[in-house]
Design a protein around this ligand. Structure first.
Ligand code: ADP
Ligand code: MG
Length: 226
């Protein structure tokens, strides 16, 4: 019964994500296709460089959309299993190491040993990476991201991710996680939607505290298993 329920939830999430995904990825692909077609025209040799540049930028954009959706690692073939959330956090931190260095951002972690949950490790990884990316991007001048993991008295594990970045207004916090909601020049507005959905699929939830120009804290709560 358990695996049946997981499968139907999985298919529902996959279905929802797939339609958003298809819509968003089609735009840069169509633009790129149009410019490649123009490049084929012998009448337009002097615009070649510009068209190639736009095509490359649009392909990069399609790539970013894919990154926000799918783990940097393998495609999500793994099913849910008993996993140590602390180890997964550590793994996500390593994956984001070079990205954080580009922004002059340092990770500081305080991770407890016994944070066992029942989850799909690749999905958890994706969810964490999307939140880490936002924390890093919120500090264009550099700073620290604090990451903790501990178990709570009411039977959850609690992951916190706290930055010293630009923060959000109340209104911005309310819109967080809506598809395509982004304040970034080349944002996808998909990262948080995916993160919320993944954590929900583990019967968990994400809380957000934020103060404009001070920083933001994400609190992830997921039921603990023995
Ligand atoms: P994207 O990062 O592509 O813009 P997301 O769904 O990841 O899309 O985030 C949506 C928006 O939420 C961001 O554009 C940003 O305005 C806001 N946001 C998310 N995380 C943070 C954060 N840690 N600090 C400040 N703003 C944030
Ligand atoms: Mg993002």
């Amino acid at each position: 019964l358990r695996s049946d329920m997981q499968n139907s939830e999985k298919f529902r999430v996959i279905g929802e994500l797939a339609s958003v995904f298809a819509h968003e990825i089609r735009n840069p692909m169509q633009v790129t296709r149009g410019f490649l077609q123009l490049l084929n025209d012998p009448e337009m040799p002097n615009k070649k460089k510009e068209y190639l540049q736009i095509s490359i930028e649009e392909l990069d954009r399609a790539n970013e959309i894919i990154d926000d959706f799918l783990s940097f690692g393998k495609p999500t073939v793994n099913h849910s299993q008993r996993i140590n959330a602390g180890n997964q956090l550590q793994r996500a931190v390593s994956i984001m190491q070079s990205y954080s260095l580009n922004y002059n951002v340092e990770f500081k972690t305080n991770i407890q040993e016994n944070c066992w949950i029942y989850a799909n490790p690749q999905k958890l990884n994706q969810s964490l990476i999307n939140i880490f990316k936002n924390a890093i991007e919120s500090m264009p001048g550099g700073g620290i991201v604090w990451i903790t993991c501990a178990s709570t008295e009411d039977g959850n594990i609690m992951i916190t991710i706290k930055d010293q970045g630009i923060g959000m207004t109340k209104n911005q916090m309310e819109r967080l996680g809506s598809p395509f909601y982004s304040l970034k020049e080349s944002g996808t507005g998909l990262g948080m939607m995916v993160s919320f959905q993944i954590v929900r699929s583990f019967q968990g939830k994400i809380q957000v505290n934020s103060e404009k120009d001070k920083g933001t804290e994400f609190i992830i709560l997921i039921p603990r298993v023995a």
